[in-house]
Design a protein around this ligand. Structure first.
Ligand SMILES: Nc1ncnc2c1ncn2[C@@H]1O[C@H](COP(=O)(O)OP(=O)(O)OP(=O)(O)O)[C@@H](O)[C@H]1O
Ligand SMILES: [Mg+2]
Length: 598
């Protein structure tokens, strides 16, 4: 199926030990908590270990000699100890949940912060849904790993060693019989895990693809419905969902081999021990109490092994997610600040010197572009679609770095300016304004987070937004995504004007900022924009050339090259590309007007 989302992400195989080490770095801040949990675990463990020994004691010493008082004493001691063990077990679970979710919180926060710093090239390469999958579900699937490693790994290992020691102390021969099946088990488990890990990685990839598809589907639900593509999309969805199911079933199938293997070895081991145990009782080598205690120890030996294989299993599953998380954490932002980058107050002079650029390193999108814009100047970029106008803007904001040439602001290479400083003072407005969910007030404040309420109102008034905002029932507190509160595209643009103005940028770029609004709104927008541009350097990109006539200078770009430069009159006189573009549009609008009149 020729379908882009279908492709799963590629992932390099990495050494798992490295990943484990990195994961367990996240435990560090919780050292103290972990020790407390280990203390509770230890309490439970000691009681568990002592129980069979008390039993042996009771049988061989008191029951055999019919000592009732002694029996009661031992019984009471066991009750008290087991009570302590129960309380400790409960505390352990509670504290552990706190630790695990604390760790997940930190990992998620790190991942989010990191991804937010990555350059556009990163986002160009993958759909949002796949990023979501890593931040939400991959991180979630680490919970088990941490939880079990602490609650199981340490105590289980200790239990195994302690049980072994006790068993060897009680009777070395019998102990050897009990563990005779162990080597075989290890070999089998090891081979299972290699396959299992791969399969879990496939599960996560497929899940991520499904996530991406779903996200895209509902972001573009309008298009889906307009073109009545629901059935088509639903088919793709069910295929992708089916893929996830398949992958999951395959992974679980191999996972389910773990436990039976352990149980099998456990069973055989016990039978062997019993067979030889009974023989040894008959020959008088051991007591009955010892064999009974031994049976308890056998299960105490095998249960943690079972737990550990389960932990291993979880480790394998978690590792698939951890790899995906660290893979992203290892991506460095392409756009980096130089170490001696400066904070600077921009005056607004812009210069491109022989700038060449390509998005993919193959096809040149800009070819030796040079121009200079003076502070306060209003420059228009015109050219056919795909000419490279928005690319110039992307480079100026340093969303990408050019392969050749340099970009200067006030005579300083923008690589030497702090990113924060640069982007704070350059504002870009697009046609499809993006507003966040939240109130109008909050949205305007994205321009400058510390703006006061009064400043917001004052700014809104300047761009003629105040009237229609106060006309709404909840005014500035109107929630933008609430039902029935959807703003028209013109209103959204006016709000984004306010958002831009409050940021007080030194350079303003309007990339097709005004289009598709009614004449009244356009008039409002135009007046708002005039306020906005006053005293600032501005770059205006527009297809309707009537809107750029008033620019101080017009730069005509075609195929990534500057072909003409000058003001409207000069370019018209020249009778070049601009002249032809203008005339054809002019005729078009003339025709339109005639149509409307007649
Ligand atoms: N993120 C990207 N990755 C790869 N190629 C891109 C990317 N963005 C744009 N391009 C390509 O670069 C070329 C210039 O695109 P650009 O967006 O600068 O054109 P434009 O002049 O702004 O066009 P329009 O008037 O349609 O907005 C186009 O051929 C486009 O396909
Ligand atoms: Mg563009």
């Amino acid at each position: 199926m020729p379908y882009a989302l279908r492709e799963d992400e590629k992932l390099e195989e990495k050494v798992s030990l490295d990943i484990l080490k990195r994961l367990f770095k996240y435990l560090k801040p919780f050292k103290k908590e972990v020790f407390i949990v280990l203390f509770f675990i230890f309490a439970v463990m000691v009681v568990d270990l002592l129980n069979p020994y008390f039993m042996k004691f009771a049988i061989d010493k008191f029951i055999k000699n019919k000592d009732g008082n002694g029996l009661i004493l031992v019984g009471m001691l066991m009750v008290i100890l087991n009570l302590i063990s129960m309380i400790s077990a409960k505390k352990r679970t509670q504290r552990m949940a706190k630790i695990t979710h604390g760790i997940l919180l930190n990992i998620r926060q790190d991942l989010y912060n990191h991804i937010q710093q990555l350059s556009f090239t990163f986002f160009d390469e993958r759909p949002v849904g796949k990023i979501l999958a890593r931040i939400i579900s991959d991180v979630n699937s680490l919970a088990n790993l941490f939880n079990m490693s602490i609650t199981n790994l340490v105590p289980d290992s200790i239990t195994i060693i302690a049980t072994l020691l006790i068993m060897f102390y009680l009777n070395a021969k019998l102990a050897l019989y009990a563990m005779s099946t162990l080597p075989l088990l290890f070999i089998v488990l090891f081979s299972i895990q290699t396959i299992s890990r791969k399969r879990w990685q496939i599960v996560r990839k497929k899940g991520s693809t499904l996530n991406a598809f779903t996200h895209e589907n509902f972001s573009g639900i309008r298009v889906v419905k307009y073109f009545t593509a629901e059935k088509y999309r639903a088919n793709i969805f069910s295929e992708l969902a089916w893929d996830v199911r398949q992958a999951f079933v395959r992974a679980v199938r191999i996972n389910d081999l773990f436990w039976p293997m352990v149980e099998f070895s456990w069973g055989i081991g016990t039978v062997i021990t019993f067979y030889f145990g009974v023989k040894m009782i008959n020959s008088g080598d051991i007591s009955v109490g010892l064999l009974i205690a031994f049976t308890s120890y056998i299960s105490m030996f095998w249960r943690p092994i079972m737990n550990l294989s389960n932990l291993y299993n979880n480790l394998v599953i978690g590792m698939a997610s951890a790899e995906r998380i660290f893979e992203i954490m290892d991506i460095k932002p392409n756009i980096k600040e130089e170490e001696d980058a400066i904070d600077m107050d921009i005056k607004g002079e812009i210069e491109f010197r022989n700038v060449s650029f390509s998005y993919d390193g193959k096809r040149k999108v800009l070819d030796k572009v040079s121009f200079k814009i003076n502070p306060g100047e209003k420059v228009a970029l015109v050219g056919h679609t795909g000419a490279g106008k928005s690319t110039i803007v992307n480079l100026l904001c340093r969303f990408y770095d050019p392969q050749e040439g340099e970009i200067l602001i006030d005579g300083i290479n923008i690589k030497k300016i702090k990113l924060e400083s640069l982007r704070r003072q350059i504002a870009v407005m697009f046609q499809d304004t993006f507003l966040f969910s939240g109130s109008i007030l909050e949205n305007i404040k994205y321009g400058r987070l510390d703006a006061t309420y009064d400043e917001v109102i004052e700014t809104a008034k300047k761009v003629y937004a105040h009237d229609f905002i106060s006309y709404m029932e909840k005014g500035y507190d109107t929630n933008i995504n609430e039902r029935g509160m959807r703003l028209s595209s013109g209103q959204r643009q006016i709000i984004s004007l306010a958002r831009t103005l409050i940021a007080n940028p030194k350079i303003i770029i309007l990339d097709e900022a005004t289009a598709s609004v009614d004449t009244y709104t356009e008039r409002l927008l135009q007046m708002g924009i005039e306020t906005l541009l006053k005293g600032r350097t501005s770059i205006i990109i527009a297809h309707r050339l009537s809107t750029v006539q008033s620019a101080d200078r017009i730069i005509v770009i075609e195929n990534g090259r500057i072909l003409e430069m000058g003001n409207h009159e000069e370019l018209m006189k020249k009778k070049g590309i601009y002249y032809h573009m203008f005339m054809s549009q002019f005729n078009y609008w003339e025709e339109k007007d005639k149509e409307i009149v007649s």
